[in-house]
Write a protein that binds this ligand. Structure first.
Ligand SMILES: Cc1cc2nc3c(=O)[nH]c(=O)nc-3n(C[C@H](O)[C@H](O)[C@H](O)COP(=O)(O)OP(=O)(O)OC[C@H]3O[C@@H](n4cnc5c(N)ncnc54)[C@H](O)[C@@H]3O)c2cc1C
Ligand code: SF4
Length: 583
């Protein structure tokens, strides 16, 4: 028997679910949140023992368990997809707060050009600049339209940074390439570290424009507009893959979720694994899920919100037969279209002899950046690729297991390795690049025909590989990071023209920046949702997250995900008021 109907049911309670719940409950709606994981991390008590690198970073305490549910991967349409049995390339979260609990906090806005990637590329370089098979498209929303929602996310989360463009006025010391902001960041930028200062000086010498990376790790105490106060970062260095024991890292469990719970109108059900939306093709009626006992439950609601990250947002639509499934062979259909990732590589490292930095301290988003080679901030004529990425040097804290690097030629174990670790642990600097991931007709998500999860439902099948455009971009990036490293002038340098592996490899961590599959847009023929993240075909279903990106930009995604969540909440409230149709 179905449970009592509510105004809204949200599937997944991470950043997206938490933001939407806080906005809707404060507007008076009754909301149920279905979260497949446990209800951890309300406050910080859950993370008192979290400097355990083996438990969290290596044995993956906080992430999705691939024994219960995983993905299959093939590199092209002709290959047989095989299950990813161990976490590696990406680490989706599970449990209250989602990956927002164990992210780094690097909180970027995309460039105005990113939202019009197709039109801007054609306008500047002509149609022939877009390689055959590439399927980049405009977002159906502009940067200017999204700016108020970026602002709202940043003020809620207390993002620390330095503006480079306020209402069109360029400000040196901030990111001079960014789109116009309506006002300064809510919190002053984190202080530059000694390593950051080396990068900054070298970049300036070369004529580039360094600035402090925007961070969700608070350098000072901050009270947000919702009345939530969080304390300052201790620079413990255990950000990425860990919860923050002092609450300095913005996380849904310490910001938006308590605000929603305080209204008394938000009920969160843990261990509730949703798998389908019951519908009649025009209207979503309820969400079907397995409860903690493995029993099927049905939660009816007037409005259904999918906030279960890229893979399960898309999987649930496909399982529910909502929207036209995408066919990568023909390019027809929409659900599963334009799966993208983040193109990493092309970094450089340098080791000093006899110079030691405080590498044991740091925070997940403590970095100095340049944006000179991102998006279309540089002339691509004759380069043979489109797009770009951000170049950064981070002081994220060097933990004792995963942060040990040695110069090229060092033995990988034994006495010589130990001597090198001792000598170089505190003496290394790195310069990294993370780049765009354009969409291609053949890169997609669908339901795997062979492999199933713990409940017997099909896994998501990923079809993805690196293409020539990204290979050229990474080779180019490698020359830039090496140029900067040479200007920093350490005693030993490793780097050079970057390269990507022969195929996309899931065994080593790259980023949890999976995007696409339910792209937003202005054309129902090429997008799943409109600019309020509302399904074209089924207006009472909203699908929200990085799944909405038509292709991925050269920055981390969550600033944009947060902005989209606030915009979706506004759209849901409009829809609730009008009672029908597209907003
Ligand atoms: C190690 C790491 C570091 C990162 N660092 C950064 C960074 O510095 N900057 C940045 O911009 N981004 C970063 N990210 C990415 C960032 O965490 C995500 O973009 C963000 O958390 C996405 O929020 P979300 O709410 O869309 O999804 P999630 O945080 O994944 O939340 C989705 C929730 O849905 C739940 N769920 C999934 N399926 C179901 C289902 N079937 N039924 C019920 N519930 C379900 C999940 O358990 C989860 O709690 C990082 C990610 C990781 C893992
Ligand atoms: S580095 Fe700072 S923000 Fe990150 S976990 Fe430690 S105290 Fe929290």
């Amino acid at each position: 028997m179905a449970l009592k109907k509510v105004d809204v049911v949200i599937v997944g309670v991470g950043w997206v679910g938490g933001i939407i719940a806080s906005e809707l409950t404060r507007a008076g709606l009754h909301v149920v949140g279905l979260e497949r994981g446990r209800l951890r991390g309300r406050g910080t008590a859950d993370f008192q023992d979290d400097h355990d690198e083996l438990r969290y970073a290596i044995r993956n305490e906080l992430f999705q368990n691939t024994a219960n549910e995983t993905w299959t991967l093939r590199h092209n349409l002709g290959e047989a997809a095989l299950p990813i049995r161990q976490l590696g390339s990406f680490l989706p979260g599970t449990g209250l707060g989602g990956a927002g609990v164990h992210w780094n906090g690097q909180t970027w806005r995309f460039h105005p050009r990113d939202f019009t990637a197709y039109t801007s590329t054609v306008d500047r370089y002509g149609k022939s600049a877009i390689p055959a098979g590439m399927q980049i498209q405009d977002w159906g929303v502009t940067y200017d339209e999204l700016e108020p929602y970026y602002d709202k996310f940043e003020y809620m989360a207390g993002i620390a940074g330095k503006a480079g463009n306020i209402k069109g006025q360029i400000i040196q010391g901030g990111n001079v390439f960014e789109g116009p902001r309506s006002r300064e960041y809510p919190v002053r930028a984190q202080q530059t570290t000694e390593l950051g200062a080396l990068f900054q000086k070298a970049a300036q010498q070369l004529g580039y424009h360094p600035f402090p990376g925007p961070s969700a790790n608070l350098p000072v105490q901050y009270k947000n507009p919702d009345g939530i106060t969080r304390g300052q970062c201790t620079y413990c260095g255990f950000c990425e893959r860990f919860g923050c024991e002092v609450g300095a890292k913005a996380d849904p469990t310490t910001t938006v979720i308590p605000v929603a719970l305080k209204t008394g109108r938000f009920e969160i059900r843990g261990y509730s694994n949703a798998y389908a939306i019951k519908n009649d093709g025009k209207h979503g009626q309820s969400v079907l899920y397995f409860d903690a006992a493995g029993k099927i439950q049905e939660q009816p609601a007037d409005i259904i919100v999918m906030a279960a990250y890229v893979f399960n947002n898309v999987r649930t639509l496909l399982m529910s037969k909502l929207g036209q499934p995408y066919d990568p062979a023909t390019g027809q259909g929409v659900v599963g279209r334009n799966y993208c990732y983040q193109t990493g590589g092309g970094g450089a490292s340098g080791w000093f002899t006899g110079r030691r930095f405080k590498r044991y301290m740091g925070s997940g988003a403590l970095q100095t950046a340049i944006d000179d080679f991102n998006a279309d901030n540089f002339d691509h004529s004759g380069l043979g690729f489109i797009g770009g990425g951000s170049i950064t040097s981070g002081s994220t804290g060097a933990r004792p297991i995963q942060s040990l690097t040695t110069p090229p030629g060092t033995a990988p174990f034994g006495r010589d390795w130990k001597v090198a670790i001792q000598k170089y642990y505190a003496s290394v600097i790195s310069v990294g690049f993370q780049g765009e991931s354009p969409a291609y007709q053949t890169h997609a998500l669908d339901l795997d025909p062979n492999y199933r999860d713990q409940y017997g439902n099909p896994l998501v099948r990923i079809t993805f590989d690196w293409e020539a455009n990204e290979r050229k971009m990474i080779a180019f990036a490698g020359t830039k990071t090496l140029e900067i490293m040479k200007a920093i002038n350490p005693d030993i340098i490793s780097g050079g023209p970057g390269s990507l592996p022969a195929h996309y490899d899931t065994s080593t961590y790259q980023s949890t920046h999976n995007t696409g599959g339910a792209p937003m847009g202005a054309d129902p023929g090429t997008s799943v949702v409109n600019s309020y993240l509302q399904m074209w075909d089924v207006p009472n279903v909203f699908v929200v997250g990085a799944c909405n990106f038509p292709q991925n930009a050269g920055f981390n995604p969550t600033g944009t995900v947060g902005a989209l969540a606030y915009r979706a909440a506004e759209g849901i409230l409009k829809f609730h008021k009008s009672g029908a149709g597209l907003v």
